[in-house]
Write a protein that binds this ligand. Sequence first.
Ligand code: BGP
Length: 481
Amino acid sequence: KLDDFPKNFLWGAASAAYQIEGAYNEDGKGPSIWDTYAHTEGNTYKGTNGDVAIDHYHHLEEDVGLMAKMGLKAYRFSVAWSRVIPDGEGEVNQAGLDFYIRLVKLLKENQIEPVLTLYHWDLPQALQDKYLGWESRKTVAAFAKYCRVLFETFKDDVKYWVTFNEQNVFTGLGYRWGNHPPKVTDIKRMYAANHIVNLANATAINLFHEMVPKGLIGPSFGYGPVYPLTGDPNDVLASVNADDFNNNWWLDVYCRGEYPYFMMKRLQAMGIAPEVTAADQKLLKSAKPDFLGINYYHGGTVQTNRLQKKVAADDKKDFSSTDPYLMQPKEDQAQSPEIPMFNSVSSPYLEKTEWGWEIDPIGFRVALRQVYEKYRLPIFVTENGLGAADQLVDGQVNDDYRIKYLADHVLTMKEAITDGVEMIGYCAWSFSDLLSWLNGYRKRYGFVYVDRDDDGPKELKRIPKASYYWYQKLIADNGAD
Ligand code: BGP
């Protein structure tokens, strides 16, 4: 028999500013690197961008009303840094801050716990131009200033805070693979930027603990367990290597305050390791998150690279993916530390979504167990969901495949809780349909359908899908079968 979900378990849903807000240049907002990137031809699917998105900025009451009607216990959103501080480090733009004050107030009035993400990828463009963004320690100081403003404003009303969303994804895609801003393709710069973000994360956590002693803060990491393709010890070794490259490189720093030893040695030998000063080491050691946010979509399968089989990246359907497991160095790419160590392959055991992402609910239990065993921090699942090209038929969306996906994951989460994993809550990705960074609007994740497509906004009508009513009941029953 499985344990019940804890009484105060936070059943939630998630979003991110750039993907929903729109109003990209209203009320004093400054441009972000995503505004610039998406306005440049060829960077996104059919040139889609977040200028209007689903216009959440002007549908705030309606959207929170739908959350309340659903009975949502928590709503995870991100703040657009350049809405609050248009140039990233100067004056505060009160009109921009007011938008989030209204949002938090509305959520609280409806007994929905706000979960505030400080950084979901939309760096103020001014900081990119002035300092090269995350390649400079000056951006750490700017981030601390921005955090201070938000901590001060929301210290009494927001309990749960996320520092960085999927640092592994935005540094990997932004600095190595070049399909996110700032479009750099240099692995050394990727590791350097990643280290700067680690310093920003630690700085924010320490500041938070001074300013918001009653609150809880942690990073949200895109985690996936790594499986060896076979029982061949070579494949097992490859999976140990891949776990370092895909997971431990970030999680060990967040939770133990230090980089994994073997991988650091390897990067140093290749001359691509970040420069870590004694002061940095001290800072990283000093900052302890209160919980770990986990975004789970799926894991990855690897084999030894001796066999040189075809890599998973070849059969992906994404225009361009935000999925780091589908990114694999090409043989000709210089300085690929992974090449001798592991090779990502498709799992022969798992079904895939329309976009080629593996569906692996058991991996969710594996993930939760692995992370809790290793770091013993409460876990908040800050994203999990299914992207599909939903169809509106006779005014309704019957997304039974999404219900199945979510139900399967909720069940394995319940198993993980029965195993003993301490969990705060679960935020499905996403509350309403929104912009998928590089895939436009046809890849939908929401409980609420929004009638817009890649060619334009249309009426932006909100239509609850079948999954909306399913989740409403699940919340009312606290996840009971
Ligand atoms: C995560 C991001 C989200 C969201 C999700 C789905 O990596 O944190 O912002 O986009 O993935 O990804 P996609 O939209 O590429 O399908």
